[in-house]
Design a protein around this ligand. Structure first.
Ligand code: NAD
Length: 252
C-alpha cells in the first residue's frame, strides 16, 4: 500500500472498525501514520481486527446506540490521548424489507444504530475534537437514490446526508469540517449478509453490478481511500459535501 504519512501524529476514532469499510479505513489510517481507536460490539472481532492492524490500534467494545458505551469510548481516548483529530462515524447495519413487512423492531434497530448512533457518537466526541478537526459520516448511495425494499435503511442514510450539511453550519465557529461518504455497493461482510439465501444475495449483487457504470462492485479499500481524502488536509476546503464512492451510480 503506497502511503505518504498524511495522518502522521493524528488520533482517529472509527466506529464499526472490525469489518468491511471500517476495517479497511483503519488499515489505511494506520498506514498513513495515525493512531486509531476502533469500536465494535463483539470482543472476539475486535481482538482479531487489532491483531491484523498492529500496534497503532486500540479496540474498544461498544455499541454506538448505547450512550453509556459511547461515554466509555470517549473517556478512554481522553485519558490516553487528551484529544481526537479525526472521527469516522461508520458503524451501521443494513436490513432490507418491503414496507408491508417492516416491524417496529426493524425500524427502531435501523434508526438506533444508523442515526442515533451517529448523532451521539459525534456529540460525545466533539469536546475532544480541536478546532479544524475532520468528521466523516457514513451515508450511502441509497440515501439519495433509494433501492428496492430498503425504505427504512435508505431513510436512515438520507438523515446522515442532512446531518453533514447542518453540522457544517452549526460547527462553523470551530471550523470543523463535516462531510459524508456515500458508497455504492461495496463487497463487504455487511453486503453479503444483506438478503437471506446465497442465491438471493448473488441475485442482488448481480442487479447492483448492472446499475453501476463502472460495471463492478467496489472494494472496501476504494471507499477507505475516499474517506482518507475527507479526513486529511487534502480536502482542507471541502466541507458539508456528500462524496460518492459508487462507480458512478449516483449520476445515472
Ligand atoms: P460490515 O457489516 O462489514 O461492518 C459493519 C461494522 O459496523 C462492523 O464492524 C460492525 O461490528 C459494526 N457495527 C454494527 N452495528 C454496530 C453497533 N451498534 N455499534 C458498534 N458497531 C457496530 O458492513 P460495511 O458494509 O463495511 O458497512 C459499514 C458502513 O457502510 C455501514 O454504515 C453501512 O450502512 C455503510 N455502507 C455500506 C455499503 C456496502 O455496500 N457495503 C454501501 C453504502 C454504505
Amino acid at each position: 500500500m503506497a502511503t505518504s504519512q498524511k495522518l502522521a501524529g493524528k488520533i482517529a476514532l472509527i466506529t464499526g472498525g472490525t469489518s468491511g469499510i471500517g476495517l479497511a479505513t483503519a488499515q489505511r489510517f494506520v498506514a498513513e501514520g495515525a493512531f486509531v481507536y476502533i469500536t465494535g460490539r463483539r470482543q472476539a472481532e475486535l481482538d482479531a481486527a487489532v491483531q491484523l492492524l498492529g500496534q497503532s490500534v486500540v479496540g474498544v467494545r461498544g455499541d454506538v446506540s448505547n450512550l453509556a458505551d459511547l461515554d466509555r469510548v470517549v473517556a478512554l481516548i481522553r485519558e490516553q490521548q487528551g484529544r481526537l483529530d479525526v472521527l469516522f462515524a461508520n458503524a451501521g447495519i443494513a436490513e432490507f424489507l418491503p414496507i408491508d413487512a417492516v416491524t417496529e423492531n426493524h425500524y427502531d434497530q435501523q434508526f438506533d444504530i444508523n442515526v442515533k448512533g451517529t448523532v451521539f457518537t459525534v456529540q460525545k466526541a466533539l469536546p475532544l475534537l480541536p478546532d479544524g478537526a475532520a468528521i466523516v459520516l457514513m451515508s450511502s448511495i441509497v440515501g439519495s437514490k433509494g433501492s428496492d425494499n430498503s425504505s427504512i435503511y435508505s431513510a436512515t442514510k438520507a438523515a446522515i446526508r442532512s446531518l453533514a450539511r447542518t453540522w457544517t453550519s452549526d460547527l462553523k465557529a470551530r471550523r470543523i469540517r463535516v462531510n459524508a461518504i456515500s458508497p455504492g455497493p461495496i463487497e463487504t461482510p455487511g453486503l453479503n449478509n444483506l438478503a437471506g439465501t446465497p442465491e438471493q444475495v448473488a441475485q442482488f449483487k448481480a442487479q447492483m453490478v448492472g446499475a453501476v457504470p463502472l460495471g463492478r462492485l467496489g472494494e472496501a479499500d476504494e471507499v477507505a481511500k475516499a474517506v482518507l481524502f475527507l479526513a486529511t488536509d487534502d480536502s482542507s476546503y471541502v466541507a458539508g459535501v456528500e462524496l460518492f464512492a459508487d462507480g458512478g451510480m449516483a449520476q445515472v
